[in-house]
Ligand binder design. Structure first.
Ligand SMILES: [Zn+2]
Length: 249
């Protein structure tokens, strides 16, 4: 029996019994893990509150079980609970959305430090930004990049021609990027997007997070980028995400 320690963000939880819950964490060292948390559900006056909150950053200790995916949580030491997220519904929904993305796009026990770091950085950013719209778009695009799903937004995926001087392009999720007018006739499906919107989305993939506060993008363009991302994510996951009902731009 070995005890493991790692940094973790709580993604989800479900009741298991009167006194225990199954808590899903995204961890720095072990990727997504499911843990059974006995006695964590009810706050005990004697031992202090042991409840684990969602969208909260912890240092956790857990016992790794060999032939099961359900490990045992032994301790969750609070690092940051982002109080500003909890007092603002718009921020809370945006943070819930990034947690849903991480949950949907990752497999169990498949660690990715880079994704953990940007997840943590984005949670902090959403809680402190006056307007977290651009931060959310950057997270979606960078996550797709890190996990190998970044679409081609600068050149036609078929003829490789730059879309720089085209007004509108077809964005085709199945082909993984934009198609110029000549090439789009050969393909079915896809959505029409202004080429400028695709080019801005492409630039966000390479954006240095330290410089994010200096980036200004008009709201109608943010809305177009988000529309394109939701269409693309639906195509990858083959479903719509719950948070889309609540995250408004
Ligand atoms: Zn083309």
């Amino acid at each position: 029996m070995s005890v493991f320690k790692t940094e973790a963000i709580a993604l989800g939880r479900t009741d298991y019994s009167d006194s225990s819950q199954i808590i899903t964490f995204y961890t720095r060292d072990y990727g997504k893990i499911h843990t059974i948390a006995k006695g964590f559900k009810r706050a005990s006056v004697k031992h202090g509150s042991k409840a684990v909150d969602l969208l909260t950053y912890y240092q956790i200790l857990f016992i790794k079980k060999e032939h099961t995916h359900l490990h045992t949580l032994t301790e969750a030491i609070l690092q940051e609970n982002y109080p500003l997220l909890r007092s603002n519904l718009d921020k809370y929904y945006k943070a819930s959305y990034i947690a849903e993305l991480v949950n949907e796009f990752t497999e169990e026990s498949d660690p990715c430090e880079q994704l953990f770091d940007i997840f943590l950085n984005t949670l902090t950013g959403i809680s402190t930004d006056t307007d977290a719209t651009i931060r959310l778009l950057v997270f979606e695009i960078k996550m797709l990049h890190i996990l190998g799903y970044l679409p081609e937004w600068r050149h036609c995926v078929n003829c490789k021609k730059s879309i720089q001087h085209i007004s509108k392009v077809h964005f085709n999720a199945k082909e993984g990027g934009v198609l110029c007018r000549t090439c789009q006739v050969k393909y079915r499906n896809g959505i029409i997007v202004p080429a400028g919107v695709a080019l801005i989305a492409g630039r966000l993939a390479d954006l240095n997070l330290q410089k994010l506060e200096r980036v200004k993008i008009q709201l109608p363009i943010c809305i177009e980028i988000e529309k394109m991302l939701r269409y693309y994510i639906t195509s990858i996951l083959n479903k719509k995400l719950n948070a889309w009902k609540y995250v408004k731009f």
